[in-house]
Each structure stands twice: as structure tokens, then as C-alpha cells.
Ligand binder design. Structure first.
Ligand code: THU
Length: 160
């Protein structure tokens, strides 16, 4: 028997202003998308902006439903749209932000497990990592170089 250690290096920026210019712009697109969230049940608004290698930006927000599980997170709304509209274009970066109507969200809000799995599918498909930047509504921004830093041991088609 042996032990395996899994670790990840994440970068933490003190605030939005510390981000590289292109990522600041992308985060602003995520903030704009966040405000279009349809979240009457949780009152938790999430925005995602995706930069593609052709320079296009695709955005999405969480879309809730009275039948709760029928709703979809911002990250998957955005990445499925990117996959549908630009099936052969690589995804370079994602910016994510969350805000609540109930309390201040000052901690960086990472993508949920299902969204990590969905993002992982596109990383495998394009054979190139996707940078992920995530924040709350203010404060620190965390950068992962790849979704595998957030979701080690991803399940992919090689297991099928
Ligand atoms: N949500 C997202 O949009 N992304 C995540 O990664 C976590 C959760 C949404 C789903 C639901 O509409 C609300 O936030 C509360 O869970």
C-alpha cells in the first residue's frame, strides 16, 4: 500500500483591480451577466463569462425553476452555450462571480461539483486547460490554472 498526495497551486488576488487587464474585462462581463440571473428561489445570483480563443466572450447566469432541480448553474449555462455556438473553438478562461440578495458575499465562490465536471469535459475535449477565476461580489479573486486543480481525479470518457 502507498499514499498518494494530491495538491493544487491556486493564485489569490487581493481584489479585482489586481487582475490582468483582460481578466478584469472578463470579470466585468461576468458581473453584468450575474445581474441577469433568474434566481427567485435562492436569491443567489451567479454570473459566468467565458473567453474563447477567437476572442468571443460567452456569458451565462443561473436560471432557476419552480421544480428546483430543473434549474441550471451559471457556469453550465455559459459553457453549454459556448459548446453549442462555437463547437470547434477552444475555451481559454472563465470568470465567475456570485452575489446574494440576502447577505454580502465577500468570499470567492467556486463552481459547484457538477459544474467542475462539466468544465472538465471541455478541457478533455480541447486538450488544453481552462483558467478559472472566481470571486464573490467583492474582495479576493482566486485563479485555478485548470479545472483539474479544483476537481482532481475527474471522471472522463477513458473510464467508459
Ligand atoms: N449556482 C451556480 O450558478 N453556480 C454554482 O457553481 C453554484 C450554485 C446557483 C444554482 C442556484 O441557482 C443558486 O446558485 C443557489 O445554489
Amino acid at each position: 500500500m502507498k499514499k498518494i498526495t494530491i495538491s493544487a497551486d491556486l493564485v489569490v488576488y487581493e481584489n479585482n483591480a489586481e487582475l490582468p487587464d483582460d481578466v478584469q474585462k472578463l470579470m466585468q462581463e461576468a458581473i453584468d451577466a450575474r445581474e441577469k440571473s433568474y434566481s427567485p428561489y435562492s436569491q443567489f445570483k451567479v454570473g459566468a463569462a467565458i473567453l474563447l480563443e477567437n476572442g468571443e466572450v460567452v456569458t451565462g447566469s443561473n436560471q432557476e425553476n419552480a421544480s428546483y432541480p430543473a434549474g441550471l448553474c451559471a457556469e453550465r449555462t455559459a459553457i453549454f452555450y459556448a459548446g453549442a455556438k462555437y463547437p470547434n473553438t477552444r475555451i481559454l478562461k472563465m470568470a465567475l462571480t456570485a452575489r446574494s440578495e440576502k447577505q454580502e458575499v465577500a468570499v470567492p465562490t467556486p463552481p459547484c461539483g457538477s459544474c467542475r465536471q462539466a468544465i472538465a469535459e471541455y478541457e478533455v475535449k480541447q486538450d488544453q486547460p481552462i483558467e478559472i477565476f472566481f470571486m464573490g461580489e467583492k474582495g479576493k479573486v482566486v485563479k485555478a490554472q485548470s479545472v483539474s486543480d479544483l476537481l482532481p481525479l475527474i471522471f472522463d470518457s477513458t473510464y467508459l
